[in-house]
Design a binder for this molecule. Structure first.
Ligand code: KG4
Ligand code: ZN
Length: 335
């Protein structure tokens, strides 16, 4: 069975073809980062226009790379939310047109389900597991007792982890997306040089808060001259990253004490960060799995995989499903 995945929820136009044996035959991504960089973040209007320009090229390239024809495709999976509505619409309408023209079943996919399942695309997983999604828009712990049952047990109450890194980066002059650059800078700095208070959410031990760190950063920056900032940028990044990740690892410890799990599946853009992965591995005594190369940040292979599993359980969608900017992650199995 050949499955197409299409992902346009944010600023990357992506298409992938996988088969039911989890072989990724093509995973094509056209990044719009350079178009948005000068604005310091994603401009939704620009994102949807760029998706329109790129979508058919990216899909054709996926097809060519896998040496297939459209008529070989058995299932079309597309991100239906959450995300930017104008961006989601481009992918969903393109997928619907393909489905109609080829008479091929279609399945709308929850972006976060794609991230959550991305480590299982390249590795064998066991249940129950704890999913930890750390992306630009989400920071969530999801308890998965068996395939298709999702219970969100903790999440951020304000900024997402990636969003917090990007905002911190902006405040010290690092372009969007700042996460990967902060990781590189941090490797050259001292992570205890600056102290950033550990946030906590009152009476909600499984939830996280990252917005308080912004004020702490402001206080530190006010005391530094431009020269000092330049000299200290490595240690600032290392200290900020450590504070953020420490908050996540201590929350993981609390959650795992109440939700026994066989493993943690780390996913989302920030899961590409080696320091977070190492800190998690050191702080918990069960295996931590992260996505394979190129599967941490937004990609369409994870959408094809999540869509395929849901299609096998639920069947296909009718052509009138809609895109949704916010969307709850629903289970498809019963306990
Ligand atoms: O999952 P993703 O590609 O998009 C969303 O669904 O949000 O995540 C993007 C986020 C950005 O905030 C980016 O700064 C962060 O992931 N990111 C990283 C790294 N690579 C991407 N953060 C820390 N370290 C990295 N190596
Ligand atoms: Zn994402």
């Amino acid at each position: 069975m050949f499955i197409v995945g299409i992902e346009t929820s944010c600023d990357d136009t992506a298409a992938s073809i996988i088969n039911e044996k989890k072989e990724v035959m093509a995973s094509i991504l056209s990044s719009q980062t350079s178009f948005h960089a000068k604005y310091g973040g994603i401009v939704p209007e620009i994102a949807s226009r760029k998706h329109l320009e790129l979508i058919s090229h990216v899909c054709q390239e996926a097809l060519q790379t896998s040496c297939l024809r459209w008529t070989d495709i058995d299932l079309i999976c597309v991100t239906k939310g959450p995300g930017l509505v104008g961006s989601l619409l481009v992918g969903v309408e393109y997928a619907k047109a393909l489905s109609l023209a080829l008479n091929t079943p279609i399945k709308g996919v929850h972006h976060i389900e794609g991230h959550l399942l991305s480590p299982s695309l390249t590795q064998t997983i066991t249940y129950p597991y704890m999913g930890l999604i750390v992306s630009g828009g989400h920071t969530e712990f999801v308890h998965v007792p068996k395939a298709g049952i999702y219970q969100i047990v903790g999440s951020t109450v304000d900024d997402a982890c990636g969003e917090s890194l990007d905002k911190f980066g902006k405040s010290i002059g690092i372009p969007y997306p700042a996460g990967p650059i902060i990781e590189q800078y941090a490797a050259r700095g001292e992570d205890t040089k600056f102290s950033f208070p550990l946030p906590s959410v009152r009476h909600r031990p499984y939830d996280m808060s990252f917005s308080g760190l912004k004020t702490a950063v402001l206080h530190v920056l006010q005391k530094l001259s431009p020269n000092e900032l330049e000299n200290e940028i490595w240690s600032l990044c290392a200290s900020y990253q450590r504070a953020l990740f420490y908050h996540i690892t201590t929350t993981a410890q609390k959650i795992l004490a109440s939700y026994p799990s066989t493993m943690v599946l780390l996913s989302g853009g920030v899961s590409a960060n080696q320091t977070l992965f190492s800190m998690l591995q050191l702080s918990i005594d069960i295996p931590v799995l992260k996505p394979g190369k190129g599967l941490s940040t937004d990609n369409a292979a994870m959408i094809a995989w999540a869509g395929y599993l849901r299609y096998m359980a639920e069947g296909s969608d009718s052509l009138n499903f809609e895109v949704q900017s916010s969307l709850e992650l629903e289970s498809y199995a019963v306990e």
